[in-house]
Design a protein. Structure first.
Length: 406
């Protein structure tokens, strides 16, 4: 039986990622609403923390994990370091003296507690001295209702987390109310598109991307371009080392490095380096998501035997958030990017097998387990665990972000 975990980012006021909420399901049997929360949480810890490590899923940031009443009362969360986790108490758990005692003890042990999907009911007030974070589904209440509740609990030193923030306007309003943490897809939806021309340096990067879309590369010409840029030269060598091409191979020149990588991998590097530079000043999480999507789509294409040069699946995932990164309409941006027609069809019209690869990846991002299971069963054999492919893509994306930043 396979186990599945999705991670959803949690941002601070500067839109920097401070942690991830982990959403868990245990294969096909738990794809539906009638999930046993105790069993799901227990397996999340035993199968993912003890075997893989929560920090691998979250990139070393805090994990927000839902716990039911029984798991809290029996102190199951204490198997995880309190510095790496926030314990979320589901809004559906029955309140009892045993639960309150457990929360007091967990708080004393250094664990941070969060009330998930808080409904403003006064019955929870007795828990507030031991709660660090209150999560509010801002689609369930209007601004007046939220403001009124916040005044009532103002004496408690809690951090406010807004869930399901969908627009930049909501984000700004909630900042004014005192929310410090945010969860939702607002960051990936450019609210005000800036219809501006790209600068000459960015046009050069687009020209570099055009090289990655050619069937055959001009290694001499490409090496000459990279050699004029010390930062790019350094990142190329770092990239070769980071993705473990062959640590024993001594690289004598940039052209040697490029030839050694091979055309397909070099094209990926060119594209991701160009995108990272195009996205300078934007949220790191958007770039990480782009890298994860690229890696997952590329791995899925390889599993299905769809190896191509140029690497179309990789480029589809990589440029799937380019409109949010550059804050411009996707159609306008793709008109300037020399990408294959099938890549543009996937991104603009959601058509073709490349679009299917991207759809599968998004089901992991959002924890859409029933849809993920149905799509995966049509695309790969039962012996293939796409959850492990997603984990590997997450690690790869986080590692590559470090490479391109240093």
């Amino acid at each position: 039986m396979y186990c599945y975990v999705a991670r959803q980012p949690i941002f601070d006021r500067q839109k920097a990622v401070t942690g991830y909420e982990l959403l868990f399901r245990d294969g096909v049997d738990n794809c539906f609403p009638n999930i046993d929360a105790d069993e799901a949480t227990s397996k999340l810890i035993t199968q993912h923390h003890l075997l893989l490590g929560v920090e691998k899923i979250t990139g070393g940031k805090q994990a927000f994990i839902n716990f039911s009443a029984d798991t809290l009362i029996h102190h199951f969360p204490t198997s995880i370091d309190p510095n790496s986790m926030v314990i979320e108490i589901l809004e559906t758990v029955p309140i009892s003296d045993e639960l309150l005692t457990a929360c007091k003890e967990l708080h004393k042990m250094g664990y941070r507690l969060a009330l998930d999907d808080h409904d403003f009911d006064a019955k929870w007030d007795v828990f507030l001295p031991y709660v660090s974070i209150i999560k509010v589904d801002v689609q369930m209440f209007n601004i007046l209702q939220i403001s009124k509740y916040l005044r009532r609990i103002a004496k408690y030193p809690v951090t406010l987390l807004a869930e399901k923030v969908e627009t930049a306007d909501e984000y700004e309003q909630l900042k004014q109310l005192g929310f410090d943490l945010y969860q939702g897809y607002f960051f990936a939806r450019p609210e005000m598109l800036k219809h501006k021309q790209l600068g000459s340096n960015k046009l050069n990067l687009l020209a570099l991307i055009s090289e990655s879309s050619k069937v055959r590369l001009d290694f001499d010409g490409l090496a000459a371009i990279v050699e004029r840029d010390l930062d790019m030269s350094y990142k190329l060598l770092r990239f070769i080392n980071s993705v473990q091409y062959a640590r024993k191979q001594c690289i004598g020149s940039l052209k040697h490095a490029m030839v050694y990588m091979g055309e397909a991998e070099l094209k990926k590097f060119i594209s991701l380096l160009a995108l990272a530079n195009l996205a300078e000043g934007q949220s790191d999480e958007l770039l990480v998501m782009s890298l994860i999507r690229a890696r997952f789509c590329d791995r899925l294409a390889n599993i299905r035997g769809d190896t191509e040069n140029p690497p179309a699946a990789f480029l589809t995932g990589l440029f799937s958030l380019v409109d949010a990164l550059l804050e411009q309409p996707l159609e306008d941006l793709l008109a300037q990017l020399p990408l294959l027609p099938e890549i543009k069809a996937a991104l603009l019209e959601n058509k073709g097998v490349l679009a299917d690869y991207l759809t599968v990846e998004r089901t992991f991002e959002r924890g859409l387990w029933q849809q993920q299971t149905e799509l995966s069963s049509r695309m790969v054999p039962d012996t293939v665990d796409l959850n492990l492919v997603y984990f590997e893509a997450v690690e790869w994306g986080q590692r590559l972000l470090v490479v391109q930043q240093h």
